[in-house]
Design a protein around this ligand. Sequence first.
Ligand SMILES: [Zn+2]
Length: 327
Amino acid sequence: MEFDRPEKRQRTGEDASVHRSDIWFDDGNVVLQAENVQFRVHRILLARHSSIFKDIFSVPQPLGGTEIAVEGCPLVHLTDSAADVHYALTKLFSLFVPGNEPKAPSVAELTASLRIGHKYLILHLWNDAVARLRSTFPSTLKGLIERLKEGSTDIMTDDTATAIRVPHSENLSQLVEVVMEVELQTVLPALCYRVLVLEPLETIIDSNFLLSDHTRAILLGGRARLRDMTTEHISAWARAQTHTADVSAEMPSQAICRQARYDFCLDASQKRLPIGPWTHELPTDLCLRCHKAARLCLTGMVNTAWSKLPGTFGLPSWEKLQDFQIA
Ligand SMILES: [Zn+2]
C-alpha cells in the first residue's frame, strides 16, 4: 500500500495543499493531520489503543471555528510524518487489502510502528515491532550466532523476508537511529553488528539514507574497533609457538602448517569481524596443536567481542542496558 496517496483535494481553512488520505471514514468523528495529509477516524477506537489519544480527546474540542473543524470533526494536528501515521493507522485498524498484507514489515514500516507506538503508547504497534527486533537482533551470543549462520534469510529485500524487509530504497542502518530514539538498548548491539556484517563500508560512509553524523560515527567506530579485535587475537595466535615437535607420520609438516596459519591469518585479519560462522571453519591442514590453539584463540575472540559489543557501539555494559516499556 502506498503512503500519502491523495485521493481528493480538501479545502481546509486557507491551505489548499492539504490532502485527504485514503483513510477517511465518513462516519469518523475526528480528523488527524500529519504534515499536509488528513485522516478521518473514530475517536473511540484510537482512545482504546492509546492512553495519549484518550487524554487528547478528553480535552473539550471547540467545534464552532472553521479553522479547527473539518466536516464537523475536530482537527488534531500531529507532528509525526504523514507516512508514519498512514502506516500506523493501517496496521492498527487492519486496513491492508485482504490477503495482501506483507509477511514482514519494511524498515520504514517498522520505523513507523516504533515511533508511533512509543510516542502514543500503543501496545499493539509497539509489541509487534519489538518482538521482531528482539528475535532478529538477539541479546545472547548463541542467538546472534544462529542468526548469522542462517545467512540473513530473516532480512531480505523482498517478500521472502521473515522478519524485516529491506527494499532497495531503504537500508538496515536506518533502524539504528530509530531504535536509539525509542530507547531499545538491548537490541542495539546485535543490530549494529548485523548492519556491519550486511552493509558495505561505502553505504555507511557515503549513505544516501540520511544517517545522522552521530549514527554514522557509532557504526564506523564500532567497525574499526571490531576489526582491530580480530587482528589482535589472530596475530597473537599466529605468533605463538604452537607447532608440535613430535611429528607423527599423519601430521602435516611444519612448512604446510605454517602456510595454513599464514593464509588463515591473512584472510581473517583483512576481512573479518570477530563473530561469525567463519570462526567455526578452520583450515584442515593444521597440525593438532595448532588446530587446538586456533580453536582456543577463536573462542576467546568471540567471547571477548560479545562481552565488549555494547561498549564497541558507545553503550553501557550488557547488564546495564535498558529497554523502554509501555506500562
Ligand atoms: Zn602446527
